[in-house]
Design a protein around this ligand. Structure first.
Ligand code: FES
Length: 80
C-alpha cells in the first residue's frame, strides 16, 4: 500500500527503513523523501513507525529468549 503518494513510498518501504534507521523520522524523510513534499502523509508515516517499533520490540523480546537458549549468540538479520 502506498503511504506517500508524492514520493511513491509504500508501507513495505517504510518497514525496511524503520529497521535500518531505528524508526528515526527525520532520517527516514531524508533517505526516502517520504513526507517531505506536501506532508499530507506524515500522520500515516508516524503511525507505521509506531506500529512497527512496537512490533520490533516484541520480536526483540522473542529474539532475546532465543538468544539465551543459544548461549547469547545473535544471528545476523538479512534485509531485502
Ligand atoms: S503524500 Fe507524502 S509528501 Fe505528499
Amino acid at each position: 500500500m502506498i503511504v506517500c503518494i508524492c514520493n511513491n513510498i509504500t508501507d513495505k518501504d517504510l518497514k525496511y527503513l524503520i529497521l535500518k534507521t531505528g524508526g528515526d523520522l527525520d532520517l527516514i524523510k531524508s533517505i526516502s523523501g517520504a513526507g517531505s513534499s506536501c506532508g499530507s502523509c506524515l500522520e500515516d508515516i508516524v503511525k507505521v513507525i509506531k506500529d512497527n517499533i512496537d512490533e520490533s520490540r516484541d520480536n526483540d523480546d522473542l529474539g532475546s529468549m532465543a538468544d539465551s537458549r543459544n548461549g547469547n549468540r545473535r544471528k545476523g538479520v538479512k534485509f531485502p
